[in-house]
Design a protein around this ligand. Structure first.
Ligand code: SF4
Ligand code: SF4
Ligand code: SF4
Length: 501
């Protein structure tokens, strides 16, 4: 994430100076336009205030910021950032033009121009911190939609994947109550918005949104919002804070270990809590470190592991060579709703006996230990309830009987058990819908492949993929809880309102 345009400019200029011109980044780029430009043209464009070369302009505008070029660079430079810097220069010079309006299935002149709409959007408090040039770039990807009174924009529990801003009129948000009765929740007037949870964390809409009068809505696709977050640190901070508050609020109301506590105690606990988003592979607690905080898992999976030295099986010779080295062994996994760290705090532990590392993109709520004890001091009955939940979650991780892995003889990895370790580490647990073929029964007739082809015109199912003993997990869409593919900036992968990707 680049903090600002100035930071991006200086990053791009220093990358150009370090570039050795090997062209590996362009070979990794999937765009056909990559074959029509040279590294010399792209590098020299970084120093130019205006990009006049039409081939360079075409290429940078086509760049989807997929970042496939970045790992290809032997000099550890970011071609993606250099291209983004050039792309912003081209976008800045897109002339003012008349925008179209979506009315039902029709497209009509809107009466708005790009500059006039950027002016209007800048007056919406959510975008107050963003630069006008960044807003113009955002609006190049936006849709203006006019709704008739009573028209439904999106339905409760369906995926809409857009940030929607009301520019005129009003939307009513409601939920289905008992017997399908509509229960009004909130009226969104001018400059109000919804969809921040959808674009930040892939959630279905919690409410139905329906126009109460003729209503003008600006729809911003997820990738465009993320792009604005990457170029405007202030807008990113606003979105992160909004998300943090909303995520803590919803967590406090969903079933978890906190539910046993009085509402007042939950509110006080979360007052000083912060939300941390972890990338896959990022550690939040390291073995040997002094525990200072307690954590609640909001989403994702975290591996709990301990360093162990393989030991010889009885009757086998001692372990020597590379196999004798200590390795990280997974003990258990924490998942949504688990509380960890509290047991160590209660015991006054100086060294954590295990590490906790995210295996998927995960969100954890961090409660500082000192604050936790202050709150629990005021609610002694809550303390006992939380201790029980924490001990339960950490029971396996703290078992003294944990045995180090016996040293493996022969080829490793041929006897994978159908364990949590396999399901989580291979990404299967993050899936919503997973195809499993029991190969003790499958006769390889391919009828399922043909049926899939009849349904979708070509088959999305191929009978190869992850093999775990006799179970085959074909490489097919698993409808993950956190489908990062939806960030595709050309909308090559989309989700239907029903959730199908
Ligand atoms: S980030 Fe842009 S330049 Fe890099 S590979 Fe993707 S499309 Fe190509
Ligand atoms: S791969 Fe790196 S060093 Fe090679 S041309 Fe691209 S940016 Fe320059
Ligand atoms: S190939 Fe498909 S349809 Fe045929 S037996 Fe195997 S799983 Fe069933």
């Amino acid at each position: 994430m680049i903090e600002s345009r100035e930071a991006l400019a200086s990053q791009a200029e220093s990358d150009v100076m370090a570039c050795i011109g090997c062209n590996d980044c362009m070979l990794a780029c999937p765009l056909p336009q990559a074959k029509l430009v040279t590294i010399a043209e792209l590098n020299s464009a970084v120093h130019l205030p205006v990009i006049a070369n039409p081939r360079v302009a075409d290429f940078v505008m086509a760049c989807t910021q997929c970042r496939q070029c970045v790992p290809a660079c032997p000099a550890d430079l970011s071609r993606a950032d250099m291209v983004l810097f050039n792309k912003m220069k081209v976008e800045d010079r897109v002339p003012n033009f008349a925008l179209m309006l979506q009315v039902g299935a029709r497209v009509l002149p809107s009466g708005w121009t790009l500059d006039a709409l950027a002016e209007r959007v800048a007056a919406v408090p959510l975008f107050a911190s963003a630069e006008r040039t960044d807003l113009r770039a955002l609006l190049l990807k936006a849709t203006l939609r006019q709704l008739a009174p009573g028209e439904i924009l999106c339905k409760e529990s369906e995926f809409y994947d857009r940030l929607c801003v009301v520019l005129g009129g009003a939307l009513e948000q409601s939920i289905r109550g008992p017997g399908g009765r509509k229960v009004p929740i909130l009226v969104l007037g001018e400059s109000s918005f919804f969809g921040e949870m959808a674009v930040m964390s892939d959630q279905p809409e919690p409410y139905t949104a329906q126009a109460m009068a003729p209503t003008l809505v600006l729809e911003l696709p997820k990738a465009a919002v993320h792009r604005l977050m990457s170029t405007s640190a202030a807008f990113k901070a606003t979105m992160d804070e909004l998300y943090r508050r909303r995520a803590l609020w919803t967590y406090a109301r969903t079933p978890s270990v906190l539910n046993a506590l009085p509402e007042q105690a939950i509110g006080e606990l979360l007052e000083k809590a912060d939300l941390r988003t972890l990338k896959a592979g990022e550690a939040i607690l390291r073995e040997g470190a002094t525990p200072t905080d307690a954590y609640l898992v909001r989403t994702g999976f975290l591996r709990v592991s301990r360093r162990v030295t393989p030991q010889a099986m009885p009757g086998q010779p001692g372990v020597t060579g590379p196999r004798a080295q200590a390795e990280d062994r997974a003990l258990v996994y924490f998942r949504e709703g688990d509380l960890f760290g509290l047991v160590g705090l209660l015991m006054g532990e100086k060294h954590s006996p295990f590490s906790v590392t995210a295996t998927t993109r995960s969100e954890v709520i961090r409660i500082p230990g000192a604050h936790l004890f202050q709150v629990l001091g005021r609610y002694p009955q809550a303390r006992a309830m939380l201790e029980g939940g924490a001990q339960n979650a950490e029971r396996v991780a703290r078992e003294n009987t944990f045995m180090p892995a016996p040293a493996q003889q022969g080829k490793p990895g041929t006897q994978l058990a159908m364990s949590a370790e396999v399901l989580v580490e291979k990404g299967l647990a993050a899936g919503h819908e997973v195809v499993v073929v029991d190969q003790n029964r499958c006769v390889n007739c391919q009828n399922c492949v043909d049926a899939c082809g009849r349904r979708h015109k070509y088959s999305r199912l191929h009978l190869w993929g992850l093999q775990v003993e006799n179970f085959l997990f074909p490489t097919a869409c698993r409808h993950c809880d956190d489908p990062v593919c939806l960030l595709c900036s050309v909308n090559g992968i989309v989700r239907l309102p029903s959730g199908e990707i």
